[in-house]
Design a protein. Structure first.
Length: 563
């Protein structure tokens, strides 16, 4: 574990009492400090300073030395005079390594890419960051401008404070959805662009039966073949059905797949009854597994979806063996390129859809918050209050300013990107010779990928922001998809949060871990036909009750009523 270097010049006066009120372009700078800061003012330390930070290193675009010598981290240092002393962990075990580091007292100061802070609160290893947001002008301005207070209430702990600086969105954005072979759908007689307006998962089932019948008649596949073999459900779905069951679950008001993680057993809030309940033993859950099972039972969805690697799923779609597959904004350009590379440019047509509905038209993404940043208590202990506030103002610039968002996402203007005119609007575009998988912008094989070479758009340090900033890389295809979502779908109301004490959280966790494992196991058995949904339903419900699902619901409602 690397230890942050000292070298922070002590602040002259009561900088902790100075709150920036500056606006974009202003020079709201405290003369009592050795640094500049303010809303949309570039943070700059007059003396060089080093802060330690963890980094989640993705194997498919691993960090290389040029990120530090000439790329994103060099540019951050040039602008701010802050050197980031990085400790990298593979993204596959990032959370585990971060947990070990915090618990051993060897944490880096700045801890990004955190989805849940709950397990760290009681141990005292992280700072209650809500105590310091008053020193963060970009953060506070965003909260005020987009009325984020009620959103932040959902991450407060029982002490009324929050311990993670979340990514904040002006509005929720749906990321994951389905990609289809539109040319094959059309040849089979189906207009996907009309169907997606109001189709349900049951409708998609019937459409895919028709598509398969056509493919069999043309010798494109055999009756025994599956025409859907998905990714993000098997190895990367943690054996829980991952993305697909999250999407389907949202359509049936159920937490499933990735959506059940951290939910204490599928716990949701019933806005009509004003109480919490477990969606995992609801009638809606039974509808979900019935519909999902119909895809497998009728020879459409490959049961290997729930065990295979993403690479296998990709290859089946790219080779034309399957006609539908999950995708997201970051993967879309690679998926299109993958199909064209194997089948040949112009020999196929793909279309990114608004995915089907179930008992409601709600999107899976409802929250305006996402993963965020924790700050180690070690930073406050070693830096002292005044220098800690200085670091928080750097964090404020890095994660919440428009300037840093653009730099980290696109690189420096004029070096990697420029503004171009598109229908009278000035939009960002990469300069000739560049491409970026992280931005969903493809290019020639000889083009330089600015993520691979310099670390831009790597996903560790930009999340959220205003819609114009979070979507400034969207291709016309993705912009059109977002418009269709607004027209065809709705966003669910965000559930309130019950805020347990540490003892209550520990008890719920003890109950929830085996319960969720049980729910996931039964879910996949129902879907793949290993268990009969009608005959074995009561056995499933009893298994959940024996694993304390009712106690979790009762305690959650008790906590919520008393807070």
């Amino acid at each position: 574990m690397k230890k942050a270097i000292g070298g922070i010049i002590a602040l002259g006066c009561a900088a902790a009492l100075f709150v920036s009120c500056g606006k974009s372009g202003s020079k709201d700078v405290s003369k009592a400090t050795d640094y500049k800061f303010g809303e949309e003012v570039t943070f700059y330390s007059n003396e060089p300073v080093t802060y330690s930070m963890f980094f989640s290193d993705a194997s498919w675009y691993p960090m290389v030395e040029t990120w530090k010598t000439e790329g994103v981290f060099k540019k951050i240092m040039d602008k701010t005079n802050v050197n980031l002393d990085l400790t990298t962990f593979d993204s596959g075990d990032y959370n585990q390594k971060v947990n070990l580091a915090i618990n051993s007292g060897a944490s880096a100061y700045i801890i990004p890419k955190i989805y849940s802070e709950d397990q760290y609160v009681a141990g005292g290893g992280i700072v209650a960051v809500s105590d310091y947001t008053k020193y963060m002008p970009n953060f506070t301005a965003f909260v005020k401008k987009y009325n984020m207070d009620s959103d932040l209430d959902t991450i407060k702990q029982s002490d009324g404070r929050f311990y993670r600086l979340p990514g904040m969105h002006q509005a929720p954005l749906q990321d994951y959805t389905l990609l289809v072979r539109e040319d094959i759908f059309e040849a089979a007689g189906y207009n996907i662009r009309e169907l997606e307006k109001n189709w349900t998962w049951e409708d998609l089932h019937d459409v895919l039966l028709g598509v398969k019948k056509y493919m069999v008649s043309k010798g494109m596949c055999k009756e025994s073949d599956y025409i859907w073999s998905d990714l993000w459900c098997g190895e990367s779905g943690k054996g829980q059905g991952g993305n697909l069951l999250k999407l389907m679950g949202a359509s049936y008001n159920v937490l499933s797949g990735w959506g059940i993680e951290g939910s204490n057993g599928g716990i949701k809030y019933d806005w009509n009854k004003k109480e919490f309940y477990s969606s995992s033993i609801s009638d809606d859950f039974k509808k979900l597994v019935n519909v999902a099972n119909s895809y497998v039972k009728d020879g459409i969805l490959d049961p290997e979806t729930f065990t295979q690697s993403d690479e296998i799923a990709h290859n089946k779609f790219y080779n034309g063996k399957t006609v539908i597959m999950s995708t997201n904004r970051g993967a879309l350009s690679n998926d299109i390129s993958g199909v064209n590379k194997i089948l040949g440019e112009g020999n196929s047509k793909v279309y990114i859809t608004a995915y089907p509905t179930g008992t409601n038209k709600n999107l899976a993404e409802t929250s305006r918050l996402e993963c965020g940043v924790m700050i180690a208590q070690k930073a406050l202990d070693e830096l002292g209050e005044e220098n800690f506030i200085k670091m928080m103002r750097f964090v404020d610039w890095l994660f919440y300013s428009k300037e840093a968002c653009s730099l980290i996402k696109w690189g420096p203007e004029g070096e990697t990107w420029h503004y171009v005119d598109a229908d009278g609007l000035q939009i960002k575009a990469l300069l000739p010779g560049y491409k970026c998988g992280g931005l969903g912008i493809s290019g020639a094989e000889s083009d330089v990928d600015i993520r691979l070479k310099w670390g831009y758009a790597c996903g560790n340090y930009y999340y959220g922001h205003a819609t114009e900033d979070s979507t400034d890389n969207f291709t016309p295809v993705l912009q059109d998809l977002m418009k269709r979502y607004v027209t065809y779908r709705t966003s669910a109301k965000v559930d309130p949060k019950a805020k347990p004490t540490e003892d209550q959280r520990e008890q719920i966790t003890l109950w929830a871990v085996p319960l969720v494992d049980n729910i996931n196991a039964w879910t996949l058995k129902f879907i793949t036909g290993q268990k009969d949904i009608n005959k074995d339903w009561n056995e499933y419900i009893n298994s959940c009750k024996n694993l304390n699902v009712d106690k979790i619901v009762d305690l959650t409602n008790k906590i919520y009523s008393e807070q």
